[in-house]
Structure formats: structure tokens, C-alpha cells
Design a protein around this ligand. Structure first.
Ligand SMILES: N[C@@H](CCC(=O)N[C@@H](CS)C(=O)NCC(=O)O)C(=O)O
Length: 214
């Protein structure tokens, strides 16, 4: 039995998007971040990242987590890559060379893109956050130039098809999309993520996310 722990308004969106694409059956436990609850200790609080029941799954107290017949994984991009191989068919790597590229791009997303892109998302609006956004945008220019160059030559990150590598990278790039002037500097990257966001699988994941309390 496959179980995914984590609400949609979290990095659980990554494996949940993958599963929306594959149509795989799974149990979803919508664990919420404890810091988002006014009183995580309340008797009627929903299951959250500091709940003993969840800490028994991931003692790190972070979402997402996955349990697939006893295989427990607790890193969103690792879960997404695993699910693509286990249940994804052509969404997963076809051979070792593709597998290497999937891993490379997931690591680029996690190490070069995610932190500055999150900074853009989380910086205060207006003048107050302007310096933080500008510094984050500057840090993104090199990885974005690399991605833009690749995507000006091909439609997808790996192979000639949509794969989990696209999901891993797109889910980190997404955080920076509010910085529209930055995105405009990278037209191939912008066109690629717009195509991905038009997919029914992403739309289904996004609708479920919007249906959750903010
Ligand atoms: N590198 C981890 C980061 C996980 C993470 O930071 N999850 C956040 C939600 S997106 C969380 O659980 N925050 C609650 C907390 O840290 O207490 C991953 O990608 O899975």
C-alpha cells in the first residue's frame, strides 16, 4: 500500500503532481505544518508535523513523507523520482543515462534553484522585500541561464517527453514566477513551465491545493 503524508500546500505537491499524472492509487494523509496551526496541541487539531503519529513516520517532523509497503522516504524530490521509477512508466527514466540526468536535474533544482526561489516567494511585498528579491533573482540568473539554454534546444528536461525530471525542476522554479521581470529574461524556461502548468495532472494537483485552507 502506498501512502503519501503531506498537505498539498507543501513540497508534497511534487509527488502528488506525479501521482496525478500516473493515476496510481494511494492513501493520502494530509499532514499540515505545525507552525500553520494556531494551537497544534488542541485536542481537535488535525494531524500535523509535530504529531506523535507523524513523528513515528518521519522523526524529522517534515512533509512530505512516503511509505510504500514499508519503504519510507522523507525527501520530496527523492520520493518523486522513486515514484516515477516504481509507478511512472515513461515518466521515469528509461535507462541508466536518463537516470543520471534525472538525478542531476533534481540536484540542480534542490541546490541551485530552490532556496533563492523560495526567498522570492517569501520576501515581503513591495519596497520592504525589494533587496531580498533582487539578491535572490541575482542568484537564480546562472542556474536559470543553464535551464533556459537547455530548454531553447528541447521541449523537456530529459528525453523527448514529459518526465519526473520536469516536475522536480518546475516545482522549484515555480516559487520564482512572481518575479516576472526575471522570468522574462528566460523565455524558453518561461514557455516550458507554462506548458507544464497547462497539463491536466498539474491542474488537478493545483485545484486540490487551492481547495485546502490557506
Ligand atoms: N528538503 C525537504 C524539505 C521538507 C520541508 O521543509 N517541508 C516543510 C513543508 S514544505 C515542512 O514540513 N515544514 C514544517 C517544519 O519544518 O516544521 C523536502 O524537500 O522534502
Amino acid at each position: 500500500m502506498l501512502t503519501i503524508y503531506g498537505c498539498y500546500r507543501s513540497r508534497a505537491s511534487r509527488p502528488l503532481w506525479l501521482l496525478a499524472e500516473t493515476g496510481t492509487a494511494y492513501r493520502h494523509v494530509p499532514v499540515i505544518q505545525a507552525y500553520r496551526l494556531p494551537d497544534p496541541g488542541a485536542a481537535d487539531a488535525p494531524i500535523h508535523t509535530a504529531s506523535p503519529a507523524f513523528l513515528a513516520v518521519n522523526p524529522q517532523g517534515q512533509i512530505p513523507a512516503m511509505d510504500d509497503d514499508g519503504l519510507v522516504l522523507t525527501e520530496s524530490l527523492g520520493i518523486t523520482l522513486y515514484l516515477s521509477k516504481r509507478y511512472g512508466g515513461d515518466l521515469g527514466p528509461r535507462d541508466l543515462r536518463e537516470d543520471a540526468l534525472f538525478e542531476q536535474w533534481a540536484l540542480v533544482a534542490a541546490t541551485a534553484v530552490e532556496t533563492p526561489a523560495l526567498d522570492i516567494l517569501q520576501a515581503p511585498a513591495g519596497d520592504e522585500g525589494a533587496d531580498r528579491r533582487a539578491a535572490a533573482a541575482q542568484r537564480l540568473r546562472r542556474p536559470f541561464a543553464r535551464l533556459d539554454h537547455l530548454l531553447s534546444q528541447r521541449d523537456h528536461m530529459v528525453g523527448d517527453r514529459f518526465t519526473a525530471a520536469d516536475i522536480c525542476v518546475a516545482e522549484c522554479v515555480r516559487y520564482a514566477m512572481g518575479e516576472t521581470a526575471l522570468m522574462a529574461e528566460f523565455p524558453a524556461l518561461s514557455a516550458w513551465i507554462a506548458r507544464l502548468h497547462a497539463r491536466p495532472g498539474f491542474q488537478a494537483m493545483w485545484a486540490a491545493r487551492l481547495a485546502e485552507p490557506a
